[in-house]
Design a protein. Sequence first.
Length: 261
Amino acid sequence: MQISNALMQKNYLGINYIKPKEQNNIRNKNKEDEKKEKNNNNLALNNNINNLIENYNKQKRSILELKEAYLKMAKSKGLSDDEIEAKLATYEEQIASIDKKINEVYGYQRKQEIEKLKKEKEEKEEKQEKVNSKNIKEDIQKDEIKNVVDISITLDGIRNNNELKAKLDRDKTRLSIEIKKDIERMGYSDIVRKKQSELMDLEDNISKIVSKNYKNIFKINDILEENNESKDLQIKEETNQDLKYKNNNRGNNNKLDKSIV
């Protein structure tokens, strides 16, 4: 009811609530639109380049036709070789200028293709790094959950062992008092020896429990150290991602500044 009221209040304020599924659909649609726009821009750029090269080739063909026509006219009129060579040199300069422009366009096109491939490679590597980072985080979270469970189970074991040790300590105290009284009454009888044997067994069991608890404490310390190492790894990974993001942004800003200049 509180959630519904909150949503109604948002609607009264003119804020439309969008479900998570609808948000994902909008996000995916925006990505598709961006991809289509990018493809359309690339097609438009390629078309412009192709049209430009075709125009240069048309100019080149026209000059070659003019050159041939001039040669025929020069021969028919009997012009001198020096005059013909001077005119032909003019045509050759024009053709060389057009060839240079065509090569510049091809060079620009190759540069664009190389930058595109480089960007695609960087995006692929960045995507893979995000996947790797996500997997690392998921593994760390799984390890942390497992470690919490292990610590809980180990602590329960220590608690149970302490309860058992407390009971054995009481039995040990009771037996020690009984043995002392029996010795005062009847000396070292079979009953006393039997109770002494039971007392030794109790002491041995108590020692084993103490040893087991020490091992469990060491185990918890190892788990805590492992948790700290996992957290350090996660912090290091997140720091590296932040540094790379800042460096990429710095590089993009530098490119933008250069393009403006």
